[in-house]
Design a protein around this ligand. Structure first.
Ligand code: ATP
Ligand code: MG
Ligand code: MG
Ligand code: MG
Length: 465
């Protein structure tokens, strides 16, 4: 089954269960300052969950384009390092707005996975929220999952990969306990079941999250019950395709293989397993769709995220020996892969390519030179990169800090972030003293993750080791 058929089977299944098929919304959430990008299927229904908006239906199903490259859900630093994370992916979902709840949600999911898609039951493991006896009992008594494959998980605060069975869209907003379904890709792949010390491996891959939306979290962290309990589920199409196409990594599925081949064609790389090709294939989807939804590369907020993603892709092209603009040529391949499901992409493809080409030409002028400076610094000290050099790369050569950090990570080099911040601060003060200070960027570096703190501000925290 190819990815299009898999997507369609999902939507048709829920249509047959009385759900209305609703189109994907834009990656830019409408009028919502708490969110950088649409990071899941529920975003377009947020107000419906909150009881502030009514629809003509109480059940919906979508294939939602989603981006996790900033804000509460940020997977940019995972791309190229795990088999299952993308910056851009499609989330398949079914929703109940005060209609059905836990029982039906679980039964539907099981029926679809095991009867429609035909997945072997013994390959599936489920998790429930620590205190959710109701969900536990449904899995055990109604579905018949053996108790050794029903795992209770609490809310995990902080760890990058650890399972977390209390789902939140952002730091505020709709949230609730969830139950998740994992697929076991087999003992030859490293990793343990959810909740185990080895859970961050890629053996047991989370495919579907069923969230029982019950609360609205306010800024003080207080949970207010929603007017009616709701259901919000999300399953990554790419992860499901991997399972159904009998491959392990998302990068081996049809959509990605075609984009990887296109990236190979444009960079001259002949090794289709090369990690840089995977990153480029991921990033063309993300950059392409962000431009479709009206973002252009810039120095602030969403535009800066797009710039960072694009420049990371260009650096990977450079690593493969391509010093000419190439990234924009992949737009045509992206249209071939995804234009059918997303006609809006095909409609503006030319503009998307043009925007990327302009960005490539701009960065192309400094990338080569910047890389030489970086290499020279690394030759001097193969273990550390000083903050001054990182700042020069950022300020003069247009290397976002996370780009430099990514190169350091690849080479096991420690980047001196404190030194970078000090250099940045020094320059601010000099500029302020000269009376011409202007915020050059919206990224502030501190701590350990990228946090969205408003439209124009992000806090970065790539732990660089
Ligand atoms: P993980 O633990 O693997 O990072 P998650 O718990 O953050 O996933 P959810 O927020 O529960 O993911 O999202 C629902 C579903 O969307 C996941 O079960 C998965 O199938 C898919 N998904 C989440 N993040 C990504 C991503 N970065 N790339 C591809 N698919 C994803
Ligand atoms: Mg995640
Ligand atoms: Mg998870
Ligand atoms: Mg999850």
């Amino acid at each position: 089954m190819n990815s299009s058929e898999i997507r369609d089977k999902f939507l048709s299944f829920f249509e047959s269960k009385g759900h209305t098929r609703v189109r994907s919304s834009s990656l830019i959430p409408g009028n919502d300052p708490t969110l950088l990008f649409t990071n899941s299927g529920m975003v377009q229904f947020k107000d419906v969950f909150l009881g502030q908006d009514k629809r003509s239906y109480t059940r919906a199903t979508t294939a939602q384009r989603s981006v996790r490259a900033g804000g509460k859900h940020n997977d940019l630093e995972n791309v190229g390092y795990t088999a299952r994370h993308h910056t851009f992916f499609e989330m398949l979902g079914n929703f109940s707005f005060g209609d059905y709840f836990k029982k039906d949600a679980i039964h539907y999911a099981w029926e679809l996975l095991t009867s429609v898609y035909g997945l072997p039951k013994d390959k599936l493991t489920v998790t429930v929220y620590q205190e959710d006896d109701e969900a536990y009992e449904i899995w055990k008594n109604e579905i018949g999952v053996p108790v050794e494959r029903i795992i209770r998980i609490g809310d995990n605060k902080g760890a990058r990969y650890a399972s977390d069975n209390f789902w939140q869209m952002a730091d505020t907003g709709p949230c609730g306990p969830c139950t998740e379904i994992f697929y076991d890709h087999g003992p030859e792949i490293w990793g343990g079941p959810p909740g185990s010390p080895d859970e961050d491996g890629d053996r047991f891959i989370e495919i579907w999250n069923l969230v029982f939306m019950q609360f609205n979290k306010d800024e003080a962290g207080v949970l207010h019950p929603l007017p009616k309990p709701c259901v919000d589920t999300g399953m990554g199409l790419e992860r499901l395709s991997a399972v159904l196409q009998h491959v392990h990594s998302n990068y081996e599925i049809d959509t990605f293989q075609n984009l990887i081949k296109a990236a190979a064609r444009e960079t001259g790389c002949t090794d289709l397993e090369n990690n840089s090709l995977r990153v480029i294939a991921d990033h063309i989807r993300c950059a392409g769709f962000l431009i479709v939804d009206g973002i252009i590369p810039g120095n602030e907020g969403r535009g800066y995220v797009l710039r960072r993603i694009t420049r990371r892709a260009l650096r990977h092209g450079h690593k493969l020996g391509q010093s000419q603009p190439f990234f924009y040529k992949l737009v045509a391949d992206l249209v071939k892969e995804m234009g059918g499901a997303y006609p809006e992409l095909a409609e503006v493809a030319e503009r998307v390519a043009q925007v990327l080409k302009t960005e490539e030409e701009r960065f192309g002028e400094t990338l080569e030179h910047g890389m030489k400076i970086l290499e020279a610094a690394l030759v001097k000290d193969g273990k550390n990169l000083d903050g001054e050099t990182a700042f020069t790369l950022y300020d003069t050569y247009g290397f976002p800090l996370d780009l430099t950090a990514d190169i350091c990570r690849e080479r096991n080099v420690v980047l001196d972030e404190a030194g970078f911040n000090a250099a940045m601060e020094r320059q601010r003060q000099t500029a302020r003293a000269a009376g011409k200070f202007k915020m050059a960027t919206a990224i502030e570096y501190s701590g350990d993750k990228t946090k969205f703190v408003g439209y124009d501000q992000l806090q970065h925290e790539a732990k660089v080791v």
